[in-house]
Design a protein around this ligand. Structure first.
Ligand SMILES: NC(=O)c1ccc[n+]([C@@H]2O[C@H](COP(=O)([O-])OP(=O)(O)OC[C@H]3O[C@@H](n4cnc5c(N)ncnc54)[C@H](O)[C@@H]3O)[C@@H](O)[C@H]2O)c1
Length: 286
């Protein structure tokens, strides 16, 4: 597939990274979110990412601010997606919101267009059930920062067709990403496991066993991880981590996924991690 224009729904934390990656690889994007303010914030994030990309990676294509500008259309109107070849959906990790989005998408998109659901934990089979074309829905779990990550988890839902999977694999090949294709269950591989780490690290902090720095340092220096679990949670966004744990808890009916009270408290206090400047750590630059 040519991928002349891709629709990106949800221009939050991960959505702005997705737009950055597409624009860097010469793909035009129609970006949809619920307000002009969010769209303009996302556009500023994308332009900043594009400026910093050459400093962070030698292999990413170089793109000027002007070129990037011509490759992005920002809109709050879903109908503007009608000309797109493929949709990447990154709206809030909430089943009711995603369900409504897929019902609406079905009305505006041509029948052959496929939907890549970028979700942390919601089952791709469940997302497929929100449309009359579940064969066109495939899961993709991109990691932050999207344009710097060479690998992506791809999830085949119960009804995902070979054609849909193949189109997504073509897209990742264009973005120079290796795709690891797994079967569908809530949380897939990465988040089913990593959210237990992040949640338990929050419990360790809550129980005053160690400071956030100590927890993360043990993971980095003793296990050789690049980032510790609490830094990772801050990067993902504590609201998204909390919602993902709620999805895992609900889906598996297993108490091991109950969300740590301290983590939930931070979310209610508006301390969502890097994106708000405060989470388990403070980020003075935000
Ligand atoms: N943050 C991560 O590292 C990460 C990684 C992989 C996958 N994801 C998944 O990506 C999705 C988004 O996560 P995020 O962290 O970017 O969340 P976020 O809260 O930062 O962004 C979500 C965006 O979706 C928008 N939105 C909500 N309803 C919408 C609608 N009806 N139409 C268009 N836009 C709408 C919100 O306004 C917001 O800008 C979630 O499903 C999450 O699980 C996140």
């Amino acid at each position: 597939m040519e991928f002349r224009q891709i629709g990106v729904l949800g221009a939050g934390n991960i959505g702005s990274g997705v737009v950055t990656d597409l624009v860097l690889h010469g793909i035009s994007v129609v970006v949809v979110d619920v307000s002009e303010e969010i769209l303009h914030r996302a556009q500023a994030d994308v332009l900043k990412n594009i400026r910093l990309a050459p400093l962070l990676s030698k292999t990413l294509p170089r793109v000027t601010k002007e070129e990037a500008g011509t490759r992005m259309v920002l809109t709050t109107d879903l109908k503007d997606l009608a000309s797109c070849d493929f949709i990447i959906e990154n709206v809030t990790e909430n089943w009711e919101i995603k369900q409504q989005v897929y019902e609406n998408l079905e009305r505006v998109m041509r029948p052959e267009v496929c939907f890549g659901a970028n979700t942390s934990c919601i089952s791709i089979t469940q997302i497929g059930s929100a449309t009359k074309r579940p064969a066109n829905v495939v899961g993709m779990h991109l990691m932050n920062p999207v344009y710097l990550k060479p690998t992506v988890e791809v999830i085949r839902g119960f009804h995902t067709s070979d054609r849909t999977l193949d189109i997504l694999l073509q897209l990742f090949s264009r973005l120079n990403k290796e795709a690891i294709v797994v079967e569908d269950m809530p949380g897939f591989v990465s988040n089913r496991i990593s959210h237990l780490f992040m949640n338990e690290a929050a419990f360790v902090l809550q129980d005053q066993v160690a400071t956030a720095e100590q927890v993360d340092t043990i993971f980095k220096k003793c296990f050789g991880h690049k980032m510790g679990p609490l830094e990772t949670a801050d990067l993902i966004g504590l609201d998204t981590v909390m919602r993902s744990l709620d999805v895992l808890y609900e889906s598996f009916q297993d108490p091991k996924y109950r969300c740590c009270t301290l983590l939930r408290k931070f979310v209610h206090a508006g301390h969502l991690g890097r994106k708000t400047g405060k989470g388990f750590y403070v980020y003075p630059e935000v």
